[in-house]
Design a protein around this ligand. Structure first.
Ligand SMILES: Nc1nc2c(ncn2[C@@H]2O[C@H](COP(=O)(O)OP(=O)(O)O)[C@@H](O)[C@H]2O)c(=O)[nH]1
Ligand SMILES: [Mg+2]
Length: 375
């Protein structure tokens, strides 16, 4: 079921602009002024709806003052958790008009591009993304290598989910009536547009924008948000591609566990532990690492179970997996002559079989459980 448009008759000439805010007092007035300038003369009746997470920095007073001359209002969410996407969803619930634009408060998204987004939307699609990576778009010139690589990597990870260039963008135009039922949307952290597009199977177009870094206030993006993004991605992959989408996540976790294993193995020897004992000991922290990451990432939407029991089950099934890995190697090299000549083949086949056993055990036994509602 789709959402009921708030104002279907007048959709073409009306617009709700939804902006999530947290501690943006200094940006609100410049944003509203620039929107006003960009839309004046277009004949569009608009409202600016700021959804604030109880910033307590004077934002509300700024809005009260602005509201005397511009169509600006603020909804304040006082219930935790503080969350950008939940704020946007609240905005979509409370906005007056069907046609809407979502953008950031910090002027990273140029208000002057709103008209371009609307023109593309009116040509017929469900959502228009203000895109930094479509031809003609750009990011701020001041971006350093780390930021460029970080953004590109995140984009690359999300690309299989959607067919457009900038799945990480938070600047978009859409119609409320084109969106999936809001209770089914469960974005985590920052990527609300991505969630809406994937779960709503929206038809998307892109319009290039020039993204500018914020000049006032602080970014709320941090490593915690980046971890949540990975978890969000894993859920969307699962939603779109089914359970087999867990395999790459499980494999990536396994590879990182191998690095932990190796580090402990070498570290223990460095500390004077005998190499066979080091080999035996290093397995456990690595398995613990894998368990935690698979719990938080690969199977994150499965209902939570008590830590210790689940960890014990994971250790047990990892031990079985290890047995299959090493055992198949031993059998193949002892009894199947070609494998004795090409032992690396037996090594990799063993790793593959062991991993398969581990994966099936994780899916059907360790992390067994119904998905939490809506995930
Ligand atoms: N309501 C609300 N808005 C948020 C929250 N976190 C960030 N925002 C707003 O979301 C927009 C983008 O956040 P920003 O910190 O600029 O992220 P960045 O552009 O990725 O660095 C800004 O308008 C922020 O004020 C939050 O927890 N709640
Ligand atoms: Mg920003």
């Amino acid at each position: 079921m789709r959402n009921t448009p708030n104002d279907p008759e007048n959709a073409g000439s009306t617009l709700s602009i939804i902006v999530p805010t947290f501690r943006e007092a200094a940006n609100i007035a410049p944003l509203a002024e620039r929107i006003d300038a960009a839309l004046s003369g277009t004949g569009i009746e608009w409202e600016l709806l700021l959804v604030d997470d109880d910033s307590g920095d004077g934002s509300e007073a700024v809005v009260t003052e602005l509201a005397r001359r511009l169509p600006v209002r603020m909804v304040v969410r006082r219930e935790p958790p503080r969350d950008l996407s939940l704020a946007v969803i609240e905005g979509i619930r409370q906005c007056r008009f069907d046609r809407l634009v979502v953008m950031d408060a910090d002027l990273s998204h140029p208000p002057e591009s709103i008209v371009d987004l609307l023109a593309a939307l009116d040509e017929g699609c469900d959502m228009v993304i203000g895109s930094r990576y479509a031809p003609g778009g750009m990011v701020d010139r001041s971006w350093g290598l780390y930021r460029v690589l970080n953004s590109r990597l995140a984009t690359w990870l999300a690309r299989p989910l959607v067919g457009y260039a900038d799945p990480m963008s938070g600047f978009f135009a859409t119609r409320r009536s084109a969106l999936p039922d809001l209770p089914t949307v469960r974005p985590m952290g920052y990527k609300i547009a991505l969630d809406l597009v994937v779960r709503g199977r929206l038809r998307v177009r892109e319009v290039p924008i020039e993204f500018r870094d914020r000049s006032v206030g602080l970014s709320k993006m941090n490593w915690r948000q980046q971890v949540r993004f990975l978890r969000h991605l894993s859920r969307l992959y699962n939603y779109k591609f089914g359970s087999m989408a867990r395999v790459p996540f499980f494999s990536a976790v396994g590879a990182s566990g191998l690095a932990v294993d190796l580090a402990c193995y070498l570290g223990l020897q460095w500390a004077g532990v005998e190499h066979r004992l080091a080999r035996f000991l290093s397995f456990w922290p690595a398995a613990g690492w894998n368990w935690a990451l698979n719990r938080g990432l690969t199977f994150s939407e499965r209902a939570r179970q008590p830590h210790l029991g689940q960890l014990a089950r994971f250790m047990a099934s990892s031990t079985v997996g290890l047995g299959v890995n090493v055992g198949s190697y031993a059998l193949l090299t002892s009894y199947v002559e070609p494998f004795d000549r090409h032992r690396l083949l037996a090594f990799f086949l063993g790793v593959g079989l062991g991993s398969l056993v581990n994966f099936l055990a994780a899916d059907l036994y360790v992390y067994k459980g119904r998905p939490e509602p809506g995930r």
